[in-house]
Design a protein around this ligand. Structure first.
Ligand SMILES: [Zn+2]
Length: 597
């Protein structure tokens, strides 16, 4: 695509062009404002390049050579140019000395790129430009604004067509659109801030139902619930290693001047009542683990106390670039279905297996049929640099994870060199009912951070040992999970999740008392039921209930009142006939209790 754009507009200055979930994009600085009307011309050039079946050649060059080429305007271009390739110069500066610098060349087009690429342009069977947007260079509003051109490519025409069809369907199911229609959440950038959803009453229902599901499931699995504050001192994150390495993803610190006496100290303790005012830095938590580690450390633990499973739907804050924020999928405040399992190496396999079982149980409840666990392992060549230098522990834990995955018959793939700093991780990818892929959650096996926090347990042989820690979040975050579920169900949630479960519609005023008695009976059992009576004719009220996505619509006329029955209508499924009231109520309660699809 870049080669085609360079052909049409040789003055184009390319910045970064990575692959993304939906294909790829390239950021370009260009006088001409690219619009979808330009796409046919760009696609025409791209077709010519594909037809020529040019090879993609990888060239490794020296830093000096790369800088020289960028100065001549040769990078991201078809030939030398009068102006330097300014973004490439900047990108080169950011590449560490230890990393090789590589070009990819196809035809006359040369670009700075780490790769990989397909072998030849002819390997691309079908492609399409899908959109254009603006984006700041490096996502920073102080940098120039660039044009971001999106595209996608597939091996065959059929794959592209299927993908386009799915995109159409996904557009209809867009969680931002349905979220607004149903009144689930709002984002208030002016008063609250971008990326921080406010859950409206109907959205809060989804949040609470998910928490209830987690609470029940975790209770049955022997978890203990804890609650922790949203902030902690700098010392916490220095100990965990998040500072300084993760600082960019955290909100900037709050500086607090604390004078006088500290809690727990008597006023005439040795420093005296007037201890010097001290400046302390506090950070909003970007993850819950450090707080949980401190709970573990709060009392001496023995092997008999393990496994200790601490669970919390913790609210974390992450500083995502404003350009990256997207509805509920990329946010700055996130409520995580978090838990940390502290266990001995002997207990690891059972614990890890139980976590996987929990995932499968949830997948079944939500009708998620396609998933994969991406098991990321370390690279022994990068120990002590990208990964903690514990070669034996890496080998052992990875082997333990591998064995559990194999024995359980779970669908997984192994990806080398993508582990977390402190242990192997498992990313869980799921597909919505229309075939779109989402990253739901990440599990990590951590054999390093518990040590940094000095966590120990007294083992059978009376020695102090460091526990393993499993980080897990099967329901991901509320934000992402609900974003996914909205698309998955197109807003037509199953009864147990539906914000509006039951609406009772009396045909005439005379049936209001009967209708009200049904609503009262259901509400007494925590069913979200309401009554609607207005001057509107019945068909109009039924239509409105369907628009509101009310799951069960119960119509009661004179006949129903006399015979203690109700006429049942289910959202999207139409008339179900007249049934005894007691039977309908019992069925509603059972469907909710069993979380039926
Ligand atoms: Zn954690």
């Amino acid at each position: 695509m870049a080669a085609a754009i360079a052909k049409l507009w040789p003055d184009a200055q390319f910045a970064a062009g990575p692959p993304v979930d939906t294909g790829f994009y390239y950021d370009v600085d260009l006088q001409h404002r690219i619009t979808p009307e330009d796409f046919p011309a760009i696609e025409e050039e791209m077709k010519k390049i594909i037809k020529a079946n040019l090879p993609f050649e990888r060239l490794v060059v020296t830093r000096a050579q790369a800088i020289e080429d960028a100065r001549r305007g040769r990078l991201g271009a078809l030939s030398d140019r009068p102006v330097p390739s300014k973004f490439k110069l900047d990108i080169l500066e950011g590449i560490p000395d230890t990393e090789p610098i590589s070009y990819y060349k196809s035809g006359d087009f040369i670009d700075l790129c780490a790769g990989p690429h397909v072998m030849r342009t002819g390997n691309i069977g079908a492609f399409k430009l899908t959109g254009v947007a603006s984006a700041y260079y490096k996502g920073d509003a102080n940098n120039p604004q660039l044009q971001r051109i999106y595209g996608t490519a597939f091996k065959t025409r059929k794959e592209l067509d299927d993908w386009l069809k799915m995109q159409e369907e996904a557009k209809k199911r867009d969680h931002r659109k349905i979220g607004a229609e149903m009144g689930l959440y709002i984002i208030d950038p002016e008063f609250v801030g971008p990326g921080m959803p406010l859950w409206l009453p109907k959205g809060a229902v989804l949040v609470e139902e998910l928490e209830k599901l987690a609470r029940e499931t975790e209770f049955a699995a022997g978890y203990k619930r804890v609650r922790t504050p949203h902030i902690a001192k700098e010392k916490m994150y220095k100990t965990s290693g998040h500072l300084p390495y993760y600082a960019e993803s955290m909100f900037p610190p709050m500086e607090l001047i604390e004078g006088g006496t500290a809690e727990g100290q008597s006023p005439d303790a040795e420093h005296g009542a007037q201890s010097a005012a001290q400046s302390e830095r506090y950070y909003l938590k970007a993850m819950n683990c450090p707080h949980h580690h401190r709970i573990y450390a709060a009392e001496p633990r023995s092997y008999r106390d393990l496994p200790l499973r601490l669970a919390e739907y913790g609210c974390c804050y992450r500083y995502e670039q404003s350009g990256e924020l997207f509805g509920l999928m990329r946010v700055r405040s996130l409520n995580m279905n978090d838990a940390h399992i502290y266990c001995t190496p002997e207990q690891f396999a059972d614990e890890f297996n139980a976590v996987n079982e929990m995932y499968l149980k949830y997948f079944k409840i939500f009708g998620i049929e396609k998933y994969v666990m991406r098991f990321s392992t370390h690279d022994p060549a990068r120990l002590g640099e990208k990964y903690v230098n514990e070669p034996e522990l890496w080998k052992q834990t990875e082997e333990m994870v591998r064995q559990v995955l194999q024995a359980s018959g779970i669908n997984y793939v192994e990806v080398p060199n993508e582990a977390a700093f402190y242990g192997p991780k498992i990313d869980v990818q799921i597909w919505s009912v229309i075939g779109r892929e989402f990253t739901l959650a990440t599990n990590q096996v951590d054999f390093a951070v518990p040590k940094r926090f000095g966590l120990t347990y007294r083992d059978r042989d009376n020695t102090e040992k460091t526990p393993l820690c499993i980080h897990r979040a099967p329901l991901g975050t509320h934000e992402r999970m609900i974003g996914f579920l909205i698309e998955h169900y197109a807003g037509n949630f199953p009864l147990w999740l539906a914000p509006d479960q039951v609406r009772v519609l009396p045909v005439t005023e005379a049936q209001i008392p009967y209708a009200k008695s049904i609503v009262d009976e259901l509400r007494a059992q925590m069913v979200r039921a309401d009554l609607e009576f207005s001057n509107d004719k019945l068909p109009g009220r039924i239509q409105r209930a369907e628009q509101d996505r009310v799951h069960h619509i119960l119509v009661v006329g004179q006949r129903e009142q006399q015979s203690e029955t109700v006429s049942v209508r289910i959202h999207g499924k139409g008339q179900q006939g007249v049934k005894p009231r007691a039977e309908v109520v019992a069925d509603i309660l059972a469907a909710i209790r069993e979380r039926r699809m």
